[in-house]
Ligand binder design. Structure first.
Ligand SMILES: Nc1ncnc2c1ncn2[C@@H]1O[C@H](COP(=O)(O)OP(=O)(O)OP(=O)(O)O)[C@@H](O)[C@H]1O
Length: 347
């Protein structure tokens, strides 16, 4: 089911948690809402679910305006961070619950509910555990059951609010891969909330980067990582380095030197250059590049982070080199970023 969020604003006591958000989610897509705490991810998810009503704007399910439909009428499946399984019900009963409480004629027979629960247990790779109670499962297993329960009602949309947030890093990574496989097998339109950029980039067809109640950028993992469209996205999705520069006639300068980068469309004046610390080309000589003195260097996992003091500008910038790269030992390093962007300097 395609979902369209059209100019949605959400206020709580006049505080705007979401400012006029628009987002088109395609049928069968796996979308990650990514942003820091308080950016509005959960509010957007709850609006799509029907757990909140927009202050302004509309939410469409297909062609239908669903803004005032209840969560049951929207037929969405929801999984929360903290396993909301019924403690006194077995795994199979938990999974079948949504079907069992369906009214009258729409309620499947017990045999059908049983069959559906078995199918879903197979899908989430928990066959054999149907008679266990939630307390007898690991955290990761409980979240698989929660997902099976959400899928049992054949939802039009699956909404997952940090479903792996309470689990340790390794289980999270396993479940992440597993969720992607389940999604590819079932094709549910899925919206996934996370504040973990690695999770969003690995899992989602498209990532929606949110900040302070607004959408900063929507794109595939590659688009959001390789071509961030704001300083916020540079900083939040992956590592970034920045340097104050000046633009004159479309050329970038640091103090009295042009650095060999052209931004013909940028207005003259102060600006900030952003790039990824690893996405650079080291140069031997330097007429038209960025040059600096190695001030510090440290090992970070499989790479070496080198802090350069940029001549004259008294600015520090960080680049990333292979661990044993000789340039890290040299006192002078010259480089040019491969992919970069300039944004007007903040006033
Ligand atoms: N029911 C509410 N009443 C008042 N303010 C709320 C309510 N729900 C959310 N907010 C506020 O709206 C803003 C967005 O909250 P939201 O929970 O959507 O953020 P989030 O990005 O999901 O954060 P987190 O990652 O911490 O869950 C926050 O400033 C929050 O305090």
């Amino acid at each position: 089911m395609e979902v369209r969020v059209a100019n949605v604003r959400k206020e709580f006591d006049r505080f705007a948690a979401l400012h006029d958000i628009s987002l088109d989610i395609k049928s069968g897509e796996l979308i990650a809402l990514l942003g820091p705490s308080g950016s509005g991810k959960t509010t957007l998810l709850r609006l799509i679910a029907g757990l909140e009503k927009p202050t302004r704007g509309k939410i469409y399910f297909g062609d239908e305006d669903a803004s005032h439909r209840s969560i049951q009428e929207r037929n969405v499946g929801f999984v929360f961070q903290h396993y909301a399984l019924f403690r006194h019900m077995t795994v199979a009963e938990n999974i079948g619950f949504g079907l069992k409480v369906r009214p009258g004629a729409t309620r499947p027979t017990n045999a059908e509910i049983h069959r559906r629960a078995s199918e879903l247990l197979d899908l989430v790779q928990l066959s054999g555990l149907e008679k266990r109670y939630p307390a007898q499962l690991s955290g990761g297993q409980r979240q698989r059951v929660a997902l099976a329960r959400a899928m049992a009602i054949e939802p039009k949309v699956l909404l997952l609010d940090e479903p792996f947030g309470a689990l340790d890093a390794q289980v999270r990574r396993e479940l992440r891969r597993w969720l992607r496989e389940i999604h590819d097998a079932t094709g549910h339109t899925t919206v996934f909330v996370t504040h973990d950029q690695e999770e969003a980039l690995e899992l989602a067809d498209r990532v929606v980067v949110m900040s302070q109640g607004s959408i900063e950028q929507v794109g595939t993992a590659d688009e959001v990582y390789d071509t961030p469209n704001s300083p916020f996205v540079y900083g939040f999705v992956g590592d970034s380095s920045s340097l104050p520069v000046r633009i004159e006639d479309g050329q970038l300068w640091i103090t009295d030197r042009p650095i060999g980068l052209a931004a013909p469309d940028a207005p003259d004046g102060k600006a900030t250059l952003y790039f990824r610390p690893h996405d650079i080309e080291l140069l031997d000589g330097c007429s038209g590049c960025i040059a600096g003195t190695v001030a510090a260097s440290r090992r970070v996992a499989g790479t070496r982070r080198v802090e350069l003091e940029i001549g004259g500008a008294r600015e520090m910038v960080e680049i990333e080199l292979p661990i044993e790269h000789p340039a890290a030992q040299k006192s002078r390093v010259a480089f040019r970023p491969r992919r970069w962007k300039v944004f007007p300097a903040e006033a």
